[in-house]
Design a protein around this ligand. Sequence first.
Ligand code: ADP
Ligand code: GLC
Length: 474
Amino acid sequence: MYKPSLLFAASEVYPFAKSGGLADVAHSLPRALASAYEVSVVMPLYRCIDREKYAISALGEAFEIEMGAEKYPVELFGCEHEGLRHIFIYSPLLSEKEYLYGTPEKGYEDNAVRFGIFNYVIVSLLKRRDYAIAHLNDWQSALVPLLLKDEETINTKILYTIHNLAYQGTFEKSSLAELGLGEECFTMEGIEFYSMVSFMKAGIAYAHRVTTVSPTYAKEILTPEFGCGLEGFLRHHRNKLSGIINGINAEHFSPEHDSALVTPYSDLDGKALNKKAYLKEVGLKGAKKPLFVFVGRFTSQKGLDLLLQSLPKMASMECNIAFLGEGEEKYHAPLKEIMHRYPNIYLEFGYNEAHSHRMYAAADFLLMPSLFEPCGLNQMIAMAYGTMPLVHRVGGLADTVFSYTDFEPLTNRGYGLVFAKPREDLFLKAFKEALALYKNKRHYNRIIKHNMRRDFSWQESAKAYLELYAQLLK
Ligand code: ADP
Ligand code: GLC
């Protein structure tokens, strides 16, 4: 069967390099599209990527790209991973850093140039081969449609997906020249943003279509509360903007087949064994008490301020709470301090995939009081593992978690505890409701069993992307 070709570009892809949900999406969405498209995934070849493990080898293509007044050496690498073609871009500035984007404190000074190189090489890939669709993700590849704006020889249709409007890739004006861009781009309709250069604006302005990762977030970003200063610009381009909810990789996040678990499970007895084992692993006491977990980046986005404010009160109630994550330094010390005060709080700093799976398996509730959440994957993973999410009703959380008080067994919805505004009193109220619901075991079990049977896979959303590509190709 003839399949049109699709170049899917992302700055992180699981399992090669991951800092958040984008990597999960860039891993699982291309696979879900591969039945209809011949997909190539392209990403930077960071130093942290294990070339040997994934049999990544040189493609025999080394060249220079010209950007501004400079030339940058580039070499292409590749591998087949789980049946999918991956292209890796090596260029010293882009690749030879310790972290992907910056230290925990701040982004690298030369990120404009680093990701400028990434964009220029994507353009050179599109010039070499006639891709039907280029699907770009987040600011790191958002310059591509601008660079192709006046290229008449390229027919590729471009979809740009915003995973998080809070990260826009804005840089000093001096980067305009470094990126080989002229003053004519530096306008309000173009990429100027409060006298800075904005990669994000290039994606929004010049891609043929723009999506974000949930229908609710697609509406929220048109408002000053969630638009991060781009709400007016997005409203201007709203005709090409829509929201498609993320899925999760149903094989990778399956309690039944999860090799990270002590006891993979498909029922609640099996889940209970995982809870026992986990409590022992981290030294928490009381398997009868509900276990709440938080997995994620310690940032204001994830509701860390609300959590810190409420934690002492939560910890004084009958429960255990475990944290896994890393992020802004300012949250580390207060988290540590609270952990030392309460024996029923466990805290681990760091990024640990296997540990996170054990937490999803062990927990009764997932805490996700995000201030804003473009989509969020944790809540879907949690539900697949029979862990009930407690969420702020915002963004993708509002689209995927419905209040247990409206539980209807015949729907395909997932249910959890939902609070309407990011306020301590409402958060604590939901927390207390969780404790009460947990005591009503029959009802609680019925809901989590319902959640475990829901389909959070990519199936439906992949169809929505395919439909959108088809519209673009018409
Ligand atoms: P984000 O805004 O960080 O992208 P998402 O909910 O979309 O949030 O995705 C987060 C992904 O990263 C999930 O797969 C989650 O399990 C994982 N994750 C986040 N922090 C950690 C951590 N410290 N250790 C392991 N996995 C983590
Ligand atoms: C971003 C968002 C998160 C979303 C992820 C994948 O990191 O913060 O909500 O799930 O991208 O789209």
